[in-house]
Design a protein around this ligand. Structure first.
Ligand SMILES: C[S@@+](CC[C@H](N)C(=O)[O-])C[C@H]1O[C@@H](n2cnc3c(N)ncnc32)[C@H](O)[C@@H]1O
Length: 266
């Protein structure tokens, strides 16, 4: 574990570190061939940051319980549904967004790896594939999107591994209307979640110093929240177009926070 590059938390260095050295376009063939001769050697190649890769390839390289908290939002497998609530992927083709295949949720192998590499898990969309999760949970997260009378889902649900009561976060996310209109977020992904939601999750479910894993990054809202709050992370996005767009979003955001920190120090 000591071979993994560590960043010290709480200073400017932590914030710029992922952007300077943490964007990775891994050569998957090389990974599969196992260019590493030992576990120590392998861990030297594993860095915190954002990977343009299949999350299965990344998780395979992680030691057991490496991440303290996995916050994941995989495909829900609902594209076949008839109403608008069931067309997360189709929403994209109807608008300006690039699309992704939302028709199949991850299988047993994904969940088995996810539970192996992380201590706690928060899994969005789990109401659509509850049969794939190992145990019931007392603590679901309810995100109330304050959608008004639209025919989209009023709420999104996330299964958690925590032994707490159900928790609700209310934040409007309805077309042009957002919970925080002063800091309105640019939408770059068809199923983008607000940064505010991830910040609320980190505030309530993560501890200082935790390592966060997001296997399905999408727009990078989760990683922006991690950057803002000083959490180290590993993020994966398989799609090249989403990866490039969200990496740009993350980079621009990180430049802004670094500039603000620089002004404060000057
Ligand atoms: C539901 S979206 C995530 C949205 C994200 N929570 C956000 O706020 O933008 C799922 C994303 O996972 C990506 N994806 C699908 N399969 C993947 C895999 N095996 N590894 C990594 N990313 C994957 C898709 O391209 C898509 O961008």
């Amino acid at each position: 574990m000591d071979a993994i590059p560590r960043t010290t938390s709480g200073n400017l260095q932590t914030r710029i570190c992922p952007v300077k050295s943490g964007f990775h376009s891994l050569n998957r063939t090389e990974m599969r061939l196992g260019i590493w001769s030992s576990q120590q050697e392998r861990l030297r190649y594993m860095e915190f940051g954002y990977y343009n890769a299949d999350c299965m390839d990344i998780m395979r390289e992680l030691p057991d319980k490496f991440a303290d908290l996995a916050i994941v939002d995989p495909p829900y497998g609902i594209k076949q549904g008839g109403d608008k609530n069931h067309t997360r992927g189709k929403l994209a083709s109807a608008t300006k967004y690039h699309t992704f295949d939302d028709s199949t949720p991850p299988g047993e192998a994904y969940f088995s790896e996810l539970f192996r590499v992380s201590k706690n898990q928060i899994i969005f969309g789990a109401n659509h594939f509850i049969d794939r999760l190992p145990i019931p949970s007392s603590c679901w997260i309810v995100w109330d999107k304050e959608n008004g009378k639209s025919d989209f889902a009023d709420c999104e649900l996330a299964w958690t591994s925590f032994d707490k009561a159900v928790r609700k976060f209310a934040f409007r996310w309805q077309g042009m209307l957002q919970g925080d209109m002063k800091h309105k977020e640019k939408r770059i992904h068809p199923t983008q979640k607000p940064v505010a939601l991830y910040k609320w999750i980190l505030t309530n479910f993560a501890k200082e110093g935790d390592i966060i894993l997001d296997t399905h990054v999408g727009s990078a809202s989760s990683l922006i929240a991690c950057e803002d709050m000083g959490f180290k992370y590993i993020g994966c996005e398989i799609d090249k177009v989403f990866y490039e767009e969200s990496r740009k979003r993350l980079e621009e955001h990180t430049k802004q926070i670094n500039f603000a920190a620089y002004l404060q120090e000057a």
